[in-house]
Design a protein around this ligand. Sequence first.
Ligand SMILES: Nc1nc2c(ncn2[C@@H]2O[C@H](COP(=O)(O)OP(=O)(O)O)[C@@H](O)[C@H]2O)c(=O)[nH]1
Ligand SMILES: [Mg+2]
Length: 391
Amino acid sequence: MPTNLTGEARKKWNEATRARNPKEKLKLLQEFHSLIPKHKGTDKLRAQIKTKMASLRRELEEEKRRKPGSRTSKFSVEKEGAAQTIILGQTKVGRSSLLATITNAKIETSNYPFATREPVPGMFKFQDLQFQIVEAPALVRGTAEGKGVGQQTLALARNADSLILMVDLLKNPIEQLTLILHELEIARLLIKKPNAKVEIERKHMGVGLRIFVVGRLVKATLRDVETLLKSYGITNAIVKIFGHATLDDVEESIFESVVYRPAIVVANKFDVDGSQENLRKLREFVGDRLEVVPISCKTGFGLEELGSQLFRCLEIVRVYTKEPNSKEPSSAPFILRRGSTIADLARSIHSDFYERLSFARVWAKRLPYSPRKVGLSFVLEDKDIVEMHIQ
Ligand SMILES: Nc1nc2c(ncn2[C@@H]2O[C@H](COP(=O)(O)OP(=O)(O)O)[C@@H](O)[C@H]2O)c(=O)[nH]1
Ligand SMILES: [Mg+2]
């Protein structure tokens, strides 16, 4: 749905993006917010801007509070391993217990709520992979608007590769999941793969507008995209459009706030009587929107399945490279996105490698015979073994 913002509002937005500090940005966003007309087509935008303002307010508060030398609260955790997954959930659902059970992290579970105020990372070994799992501070209703330590929790989720939405099967799991989904929606964190992805990279003067459409524009022309961007004062940028994008998708991306993070639902405390019935209801509610994995941190039930489901939702593949003269492939795999090609693999090894690559040989179960000589565009799958030949 179009936002139908006035020229004045668009100009204000552009000013806000160029604010020099959080204080100025907050002021400009408040002005912008008051200029957004109230109708169905701007619901999301108004929520987004509110979230942004809340996060800026928080940042300013923190700045004021922070004494020299004091610890700053962490809005991100440095990534390690094949992927980073954030555990999101209300207090007492067993986030700390899960981290303690599946990772090497040394943590204490406690019996008072909101014990976890700082993100706690640990490494989870799954087959020959290591996933970094991070326990985020508990979600509460209103997190996205800044309640609790909320903004920090959602900032962590935004920065992660995937999410575990954790619920307690002893309480009403549908209510819990609804709360999590609601907060994610307000924070503009999508857990459903969008039809389109639009990237706008602002450039310096003189570059002009360069628009690349990798997918397709739906009910819009390149001209329309250009006009829209210019109405927001965006005249120098590289714009990439993937998938099937409408003009609304392009407009949303101007507000730089929508991100997609694959997620699974983890239903904990499956060891307790009565949890089966709650699991059934939860599954019925979720349908085929998300994978629901029942686990018990107490008995260890479901933890292997959790690894498989995490791996699947991340949409990654493992590729093992092999030297032309050696018999065995490397023991540590390269981690690539599903759909990656030999060219992508070569690039991830070294740019020089990519330029000098002449062909590759692939061993794979799905091929009628192995090895097979393949070119740069060959699509790799999980557990493929590749031997690269350079000129
Ligand atoms: N019965 C049962 N209790 C659990 C399980 N996992 C965690 N708990 C209990 O639930 C409470 C909250 O766990 P905790 O990990 O601190 O939750 P957090 O607040 O989400 O980090 C603790 O008393 C745990 O012992 C489980 O799988 N089964
Ligand atoms: Mg905890």
